[in-house]
Design a protein around this ligand. Sequence first.
Ligand code: ARG
Ligand code: ZN
Length: 476
Amino acid sequence: MRTHRRQAAAGRRTAVLRREAVLATVPVAVAALLGAAGPASAGTVGAAGAGDPYFPLSGNGGYHVAHYDLTLRYDTTTRHLDGTAVLTARATQRLTRFDLDLSGLKVTDVGVEGVTAGFRRSGQELVVTPRRALAKGQEFRVTVAYNGTPKPVTDPDGSADGWIPTDDGAFVAGEPQGAMTWFPSNAHPTDKSSYDFTITVPEGRTAVANGVLLGRRTAAGRTTFRWRQSEPMAAYLATATVGTFQVERYTTRDGIQVYNAVDSREANAAAPVLKQLPSVLDWESKLFGPYPFRSAGAIVDHAPSVGYALETQGRPVYDAAPDLNTLVHESAHQWFGDSVSLTAWKDIWLNEGFATYAEWLYSEQHGGDSAQKAFDALYAKPASDGLWAYPAGDPGSGQNIFGTPVYARGAMTLHELRKAVGDRTFFRVLRTWATDHRAGHGTTAQFVKLAERESGRNLDALFHTWLYTKDKPSRP
Ligand code: ARG
Ligand code: ZN
């Protein structure tokens, strides 16, 4: 019998398989970039993108967002979303104009510092012209009122990403670019912010976001949930998943507030796995250092069209009851990806390779196969296998970021590192990485440097072979 648990594990890999089916190249939106930036007032105009070649229009230039205050109302029957976003930001340059990322939806009003601002839409850019220019270093508030029927974006690998309607609500995940389908944002992981969410849904439905639940109130057939994510979070990790959920709440021995929301159709399959969450977090905390957030949990939705889970901050969202491997994987992302964030999508192996290696370590330390065995099984694949199709540390385009080389070869890279430097040093490197970059960012170059410092060895050849060449490496 094929269990829901198994399906979920396969689900996480669906995108990987899809990628291999899609061969088209992605046109780089250079024209859109130039168009949105405009030639005339360069220097005081915020760039239309954060400068990431894989997703040139994700994020924006000229400011950082410190805080998002999102007020949403979702009608699960009509699938209409009403939103107000208040962003508290700081200009990093003088700004006569700046962009937010927003795809679809109708914007009805934009204000900057309480004064109505000019705005226009240009593809996924919401171009805002404040009445008065913002000075470099100035803190400012942007208010955007918007509404409409959110639609997910289709990622270069063919997967749906963003606000994905379900039969009883919406599965909301934003990696890599779906945040813009439901709130105006600076949607690149280089920008991390705190969040407040106030989400109103029909009575009987539950709206689950990140962080801690501040309160819920029901009036006139609607329930409003207030959530707060106080630790810095990348926009792609935000969620506001809505469904008919069974809710479970408790506090772990370490004082972490757990909130699980489970679709009844997944409840039986999810229960034994979710029961392991505290012990998985505990085990990972011993390995990687203290759990980085004050809240945790899981959103187990019934969203058969989605095909993947996402490590939404503190509280991953699963498209179906996860198996234990998937729970371990998404939990490991809380350290690797969520707390320590990417500065460029090219470095995605720092997320996926690490989370995959966490699965191998979990198995090894819980009576299952050793990491060496997992490595060997992959290494046995012929040179023609998709595993060796492109370099894990340089997957080449947004189409490849969730492919097998990133996950599997990424994990193999860590295993090679472990063999080269020995367990003591290896585990110290992992822990130091999570600790030193906690609530911040990390690059591959920084990771290599750390590994070299801790081991006292030159590891250029190892990383070059495993991360930056394609083709199957010869036996070391
Ligand atoms: N980071 C997710 C994981 O845990 C995968 C997200 C896939 N997203 C997508 N749009 N295909 O592996
Ligand atoms: Zn992952």
